[in-house]
Write a protein that binds this ligand. Structure first.
Ligand SMILES: *[C@@H]1O[C@H](CO)[C@@H](O)[C@H](O)[C@H]1NC(C)=O
Ligand SMILES: *[C@@H]1O[C@H](CO)[C@@H](O)[C@H](O)[C@H]1NC(C)=O
Ligand SMILES: *[C@@H]1O[C@H](CO)[C@@H](O)[C@H](O)[C@H]1NC(C)=O
Ligand SMILES: *[C@@H]1O[C@H](CO)[C@@H](O)[C@H](O)[C@H]1NC(C)=O
Ligand SMILES: *[C@@H]1O[C@H](CO)[C@@H](O)[C@H](O)[C@H]1NC(C)=O
Ligand SMILES: *[C@@H]1O[C@H](CO)[C@@H](O)[C@H](O)[C@H]1NC(C)=O
Ligand SMILES: *[C@@H]1O[C@H](CO)[C@@H](O)[C@H](O)[C@H]1NC(C)=O
Length: 922
């Protein structure tokens, strides 16, 4: 028995040794020159610079040997290799995967010419301790989640290595990690909150290229092991934290950011500090005075009250800065208050004619968040305090009630709560638009309500709303907390899963974790990797037993998200200012649409269904919505959530800032828009065609829009279009909202057979699309009563006129700039419009045809870059049929995976593409 075991062991050892030899010979072949390396003989264990233990290769040390060539893919069979140092050579080509090299501890590859790093490079490298990849011309890549399992990692150095994305949260959880060096990359987002638990000493994140790192640096205050911190040349904001706990910090580089607030005196007193730079921020208050012998570069270019070290500021300045602290020292306030005399025309501040006493503070519409500081009470000369239309939370400080000269207080439209202090009768008090004012705060909301803790503490480093900042506007019951978190998660997910990849032909895989939407004007929150999206299954008969369930594993999201797209009516009331008139975006066939705004400024559109329109029962409604939320395409307005409470039925959509196509096409002058160019009209037409084509092709769930018209085509800031309101007709009770009732509103768009028989096929949408094309060409409405009888009905008139090709000029919108190319393009579209509006449904093309006709026209107007084409989940270049196959195949699984097969299948996936397969949220 023992013998057998021994021989098995021996056998497997000799196999391993043989494969080590093979890998080493491959390596010797792939790099050059090997002549002077001393690699002679057939046993690599006898080669110079190579160490072996028990016949297995354990170390290869070749730094600075002028080596050229590439690394062979067999290198990862060196499973006992623990040290590989190849830094300072000229090795090039793509790095092979190192996955599985579970003994590797030290890996130095910096200062070479490697061109890319595969997504599974770090998979299974669980023994890693020191890694350097700096100064390689990699293609942009993201830090993969595989690194999270290298829990002995000490040094991770990859400056100037083309890393994109954000700093992963898991770095904070790696207990041995001492050094992170990621300068000169393309990182965005904030410092991970998990850093507060780390033992990091050395943090180099300076000089990010591109949009840079941003958000608060508060977490540094909790990183007590820090010795060297390089954050210069980024976009960090908020104030400098109390670093008195960082007793070993000797080098702190904060210059060239957007930091605000006072330089904490604890920093100036920090014993260990040797070198500090603060230049070019928005720091305020007295000019900092550091101990002698410290190398300081705090220079100019801040907003200090004066530039004499240690000389205090005017008392009024200090009071105003305390007030600014309540707001979290906003950058705009720092910019506006940068000398020592608040009565010298400071923005927000008005003084008496003697220019001595402050009489008015007017912060209306100043985009403030945070709290109202009780320090306002120190301005005894103050007569008027205006804080309306901000996002302030907390209480109105009691001290305001005892201010002798105060005559008016306006805090309208904020998120204040708590008792209103007992002001004198003479004081004019305006408090409307604070739904929670007069209530006691929910237990555990954490807001002290006053004091100097400002927005900087209620905001995560990445600037995304935290639980507490959202619940700052919650209801007294506390129940709302979960819902608000849910909403926050929803918003995060809404924006979070957008990714933008410069797609190349040979990039094969991508995963759409969750469909895209552009809630946040396209900006991507930083800590995406913390979000997991799970789309739970719909069961086969389309009867959704549960809606999309979405959970978050992000540390500040906790478990509360639970997982549905249900949003409570309180939250929707809150974000729409109680469905106020001013928030109305429009009224449509199904109800009124309100604009909603979350704490962080993220906008949503809330459609409140007309009572009675939604006749269906709750379960049926939810089932239908469950399906609608699953329909995702970048030219369809995404449904983000819904609310069913009592008779209320509300739908939450992504917000489309430019409103409807109708507003830009017909009413542009009233709305102050420029007229749409032909190029814009063409692009919009193609977007609509693509959106509708997608709807039509959803197999067994095939959607027919049935109400396609310019007011259902919404535009983003880039003037790209998305179709809205699809699927809603189906929600209406049978019969109630069908042909008869809708005839009036949308007459001009109804296909004849639909109008007459109510028979619905996809060709009904094709007809309506044809009408939209006619409107784009003519700038005239489908039904225009201001026109003479014979041209009132656009379709009839248009078809009649263009029957004679010579007369086509007659129908073209006079505001379109006509040149020969435009004219040709219009002729083609006019022909398509005619085709789409053919009397008989079977004579009309399908939407795919429209897409095929329009895309080359759009292409011809395009600049060479097609970058924006790739910024939204679903891939245009992928044949639709394939998208659908995947979509269907994955119905019932947890995520949608889209796979693109190309002829170039042998090229390994690009690292960032690979990341999408392996990572949470991105
Ligand atoms: C790993 O990096 C740390 C921190 O820079 C350093 O102190 C240590 O000597 C390195 N270890 C090895 C084996 O290179
Ligand atoms: C970045 O690395 C490249 C080589 O890939 C080198 O030429 C360049 O000087 C480095 N830049 C910085 C700022 O270190
Ligand atoms: C940074 O990344 C963004 C998005 O990934 C990209 O568009 C941009 O070109 C990158 N910038 C640099 C300097 O690499
Ligand atoms: C820092 O630590 C304090 C207490 O030690 C904690 O209350 C606070 O939340 C921490 N801050 C961050 C940003 O981790
Ligand atoms: C400024 O206000 C103080 C306190 O209200 C008052 O005593 C003083 O007279 C005022 N000064 C001027 C110049 O109005
Ligand atoms: C609330 O904050 C966002 C950005 O943080 C801002 O865009 C919005 O205007 C603010 N709301 C009000 C009423 O000022
Ligand atoms: C943030 O909160 C901590 C305690 O949690 C407090 O000591 C600190 O002053 C606050 N920072 C600001 C800028 O308000």
């Amino acid at each position: 028995m023992g013998w057998l075991l021994l021989s098995v062991l021996t056998l497997s050892l000799s196999i391993a040794m043989a494969s080590d030899s093979t890998a080493m010979l491959d390596l010797a072949k792939a790099i050059n020159p090997v002549a002077n390396l001393g690699w002679t003989g057939s046993d690599p264990c006898n080669w110079k610079n190579v160490d072996c233990t028990n016949g297995r290769v354990t170390a290869i040390r070749l730094p600075g040997q002028n080596l050229k060539g590439t690394l062979p893919s067999s290198i990862n069979s060196l499973s006992m290799l623990s040290i590989l140092t190849l830094q300072g050579n000229s090795l090039s080509g793509p790095l092979p995967s190192f996955s599985g090299m579970s003994s590797l501890q030290t890996l130095y590859l910096d200062g070479n010419q490697f061109s890319s790093i595969p997504g599974d490079f770090f998979r299974g490298l669980t023994s890693l301790q020191n890694v350097s990849l700096d100064d390689n011309p990699f293609e942009q890549w993201l830090l993969p989640s595989d690194l999270a399992s290298a829990d002995g990692l000490v040094l991770f150095s990859a400056s100037n290595a083309s890393i994109g994305g954000s700093i992963p949260e898991y770095f904070g959880g790696l207990q041995s990690l001492e050094s992170i060096r990621l300068s000169y990359n393309n990182l965005t987002g904030g410092l991970p909150a998990s850093f507060d638990k780390s033992s990091l000493k050395n943090l180099w994140l300076n000089n990010q290229r591109g949009p840079m790192l941003s958000g608060s640096i508060m977490v540094l205050g909790n990183m007590t092991f820090l010795t060297q911190v390089w954050l210069q040349t980024n976009g960090f904001s908020g104030s400098i934290p109390d670093l008195s706990g960082c007793k070993s910090l000797f080098d702190l580089q904060l210059r060239d950011n957007a930091l605000t607030g006072l330089v904490p005196s604890s920093l100036m007193e920090l014993q260990s500090l040797m070198n500090v730079s603060l230049r070019n921020n928005k720091l305020q208050g007295p000019y900092p005075q550091f101990k002698d012998g410290i190398k300081v570069d705090n220079g100019k270019l801040n907003d200090f009250c004066r530039y004499d070290p240690g000389v205090p500021c005017d008392d009024r300045v200090m009071v105003l800065l305390e007030i600014a602290a309540g707001f979290g020292y906003p950058a705009a306030v720092a910019d506006a208050w940068s000398d020592n005399d608040p009565c010298s025309n400071w923005l927000y501040v008005t003084c008496d004619p003697q220019k001595k006493n402050i009489t008015v503070l007017n912060f209306a519409n100043a985009k403030l968040s945070g709290t109202i500081s009780p320090s306002i009470g120190k301005l005894s000369s103050l007569r008027s305090l205006i804080l309306s239309n901000n996002n302030l939370t907390g209480k109105i400080p009691d001290v305001l009630a005892s201010m002798p000269n105060l005559q008016s207080v306006d805090v309208e439209n904020n998120d204040l709560f708590g008792e209103v202090p007992n002001f004198r009768k003479e004081v004019t008090l305006k408090t409307d638009g604070n739904p929670l004012l007069g209530t006691t705060p929910a237990p555990g909301r954490g807001g002290s309500g006053s004091g100097s803790s400002g927005g900087s503490n209620s905001t995560t480093p990445s600037g995304m709303p935290t639980t507490s900042s959202i619940t700052g506007s919650g209801s007294p019951t506390g129940v709302i907390v979960g819902v608000a978190v849910g909403l926050a998660v929803l918003m995060l997910i809404g924006v979070g899963v957008i990714y933008c990849v410069r797609k190349k032909r040979h990039q094969k895989f991508r995963r759409v974790q969750n469909p895209p939407s552009l809630l946040n004007g396209g900006s991507v929150p930083s800590d995406l990797q913390s979000i997991k999206v799970e789309l739970s299954s719909l069961n086969g008969n389309g009867n959704a037993s549960e809606q999309h369930s979405r959970a978050s594993s992000g540390p500040h999201m906790g478990e509360a998200a639970g997982g549905s797209m249900v949003i409570s009516i309180q939250v929707l009331r809150l974000v729409t200012n109680n469905f106020s008139e001013e928030n109305i975006l429009g009224k449509g066939g199904f109800g009124v649409v309100y604009k909603g705004e979350l704490h962080d400024g993220t906008k949503i559109a809330v459609k409140r269904m007309e009572a009675g329109v939604m006749g269906k029962g709750m379960n049926e409604f939810q089932a239908e919505i469950g399906v609608l939320t699953k329909v995702r395409h970048r030219h369809l307005v995404a449904l983000l959530g819904y609310c069913v409470e009592g008779n209320e039925r509300l739908l939450v959509y992504e917000y489309m800032p430019q409103g409807t196509l109708g507003q830009h096409l017909f009413d542009y002058a009233q709305n102050g828009y420029p007229p749409l160019s032909w190029k814009q009209r063409l692009t919009i037409a193609l977007d609509v065609a693509r959106g509708v084509e997608y709807l039509h092709s959803l197999a067994q769930k095939s959607f027919i829009h049935r109400d396609l018209k310019p007011s259902n085509v919404l535009l983003g800031d880039d003037m790209r279009a998305k179709v809205s309101d699809f699927g809603l007709v189906k929600l209406a009770p049978d019969g109630k909202y069908s042909v008869e009732t809708r005839l009036a509103g949308t007459f001009g768009y109804l296909a004849p057979e639909y109008a007459v028989t109510g028979r619905v096929t996809t060709k009904v949408d094709v007809f309506a699309f044809g009408v939209i094309l006619m409107e784009l060409i003519t700038g005239r409405r489908a039904l225009d009563e201001s026109q003479p009888e014979d041209s009132m009905h656009l379709v009839t008139w248009f078809r009649r006129v263009i029957a004679n090709k010579e007369k086509i000029g007659k129908v073209i919108d006079p505001v379109i700039d006509l040149d020969e190319e435009t004219y040709k393009s219009i002729c083609t579209v006019a022909e398509l419009a005619g085709h789409c509006t053919a009397r008989e449904p079977h004579q009309r093309p399908d939407m795919g045809h429209a897409v095929n006709v329009l895309s080359p026209l759009v292409q011809q107007w395009k600049p060479t870059s097609t970058e924006d084409e790739d910024c939204f989940g679903i891939d245009l270049d992928m044949p639709l049929a394939q998208v659908l196959k995947r979509w269907q195949a994955n119905e019932g699984t947890s995520t949608m995976t889209l796979m693109e097969e190309t002829s170039n299948a042998s090229i390994p996936p690009k690292p960032y593409a690979e990341n999408f397969l392996s990572k949470d949220g991105r």
